[in-house]
Design a protein around this ligand. Structure first.
Ligand SMILES: [Mn+2]
Length: 397
């Protein structure tokens, strides 16, 4: 009989290392029915998904994995419920989170064992009254998921409480630095025996990253975060040093060397739309030089514009690069504009150069690339938040 990995006797590490092959709960959550897999498991009645937020950052990922593990092991057996962590992004977007990949990899955990949002038929399950949801690291479902709201039975989060109270839902919301501190606290209190080195390492990593290396001056860490991290460390003396974890994962987060041009652009993108023109505005976290020097840049940019956008594609791309030159307290900001249509590219450049609230103080960078127009931005304080309205105003005209 096929066993449900998350329900089995295995530790979290074993569950995740085994990968997804033959994974019965994946079929259940994919199909939204309990036909074959249900029969194999002795009749699955419900799926209890632990869902992180749409950013699917390290905190959300760790909380979903650890808390689903906790639920699977602490809920009475034989209730015909499978507990599954669901990462709230498509599987194809996992490489866009190199810090998450790095942490999972360092623990020997295989992404194959994870269930992503595009693999989970949550809406179908809900319609068939087979879904129960726990939200971690967010407390309000996004607009496209509001109809799942009646399925939510529990919330554990550290963001501002936005959900209206409902009788059937148990809400734990505390303004701590990391949601992993709340999940860790629950496990330490209710089922400390379920914590193993893998689980403790994941929780500690999320806490250290979200609390910015536990530095008080960063304004994120709370007493609660510190208490949970200290207790994890007391129980697991073999946990890697917090500072090392922070340095490694922080560097990994901004390491785009393993990403394709397309993935780099998609990583942090906002889209402006006016009439039938769409413009993608992408944030980059490396100097433009490192990026525009890539071979086949023009082909990649053109393909991105054509393949990725709405039906007509993106008419133009605006790249906003921010980096911190060594020893400099202020960021270096650069802007690049690309369009398959030369006239549009020139017009967008003109609009950005002419802007006066704020004045971006753009200085053309010659010879960086023949296909894009590149600028050094003199105004350090102007971020994408400021540039979007300039572009929106241009598109309206
Ligand atoms: Mn969080």
């Amino acid at each position: 009989m096929e066993q449900f990995l998350w329900e089995s006797k295995n530790s979290l590490a074993e569950v995740l290392a085994r990968g997804g092959a033959g994974c019965a709960e994946k079929r259940v959550i994919n199909a939204g029915d309990d036909g074959e897999a249900g029969a194999a498991s002795g009749g699955v009645v419900r799926v209890h998904a632990v869902l992180g937020n749409e950013a699917c950052d390290l905190d959300s990922t760790v909380c979903a994995l650890a808390y689903a593990h906790f639920l699977a092991k602490t809920r009475p057996a034989g209730t015909h419920v499978v507990h599954i962590p669901v990462l709230n992004i498509s599987r194809e977007d996992l490489p866009l989170r190199p810090d998450v990949c790095r942490l999972l990899g360092s623990l020997g955990l295989s992404p194959a064992a994870l269930t992503f949002r595009d693999e989970a038929s949550l809406h179908t399950l809900h319609v068939r009254q087979k879904l129960t949801l726990t939200l971690v690291d967010h407390n309000l479902l996004p607009h496209m998921d509001t109809e799942l709201e009646p399925a939510v039975v529990e919330v554990i989060d550290h963001h501002r409480l936005e959900r209206p109270p409902s009788p059937g839902c148990c809400v734990t919301v505390e303004p701590v630095g990391s949601c992993a501190s709340l999940v860790g606290a629950a496990m330490l209190l209710q089922a400390p025996h379920l914590l193993d080195l893998t689980c403790a390492t994941m929780l500690a990593a999320a806490i250290v990253v979200d609390c910015v290396d536990m530095r008080v001056e960063a304004g994120r860490v709370t007493t609660r975060d510190r208490e949970v991290l200290d207790e994890l460390r007391r129980r697991f003396p073999l946990l890697p040093p917090s500072h090392d974890t922070f340095i490694t994962l922080h560097a990994a987060k901004f390491d785009v060397s393993g990403l394709t041009v397309e993935q780099t652009l998609r990583k942090d993108m906002k889209v402006l739309k006016s009439g039938d023109i769409s413009v993608a505005v992408c944030a980059l976290f490396t100097p433009l030089e490192e990026y525009l020097g890539r071979a086949q840049l023009e082909e990649d940019l053109r393909a991105f514009c054509q393949a990725r956008g709405p039906a007509d594609g993106y008419a133009a791309l605006v790249l906003m690069a921010v980096s911190f030159p060594e020893g400099s307290p202020v960021p270096s900001r650069q802007v690049a504009v690309y369009s398959c249509c030369e006239a549009l590219q020139a017009q967008i450049c003109g609009a950005l150069q002419a802007a006066d609230s704020p004045d971006l103080q753009l200085r053309a960078i010659e010879s960086m690339s023949p296909v894009v127009s590149s600028f050094q931005q003199g105004t350090h304080s102007a971020t994408r938040k400021h540039v979007l309205p300039i572009l929106a105003g241009f598109l309206e005209r």
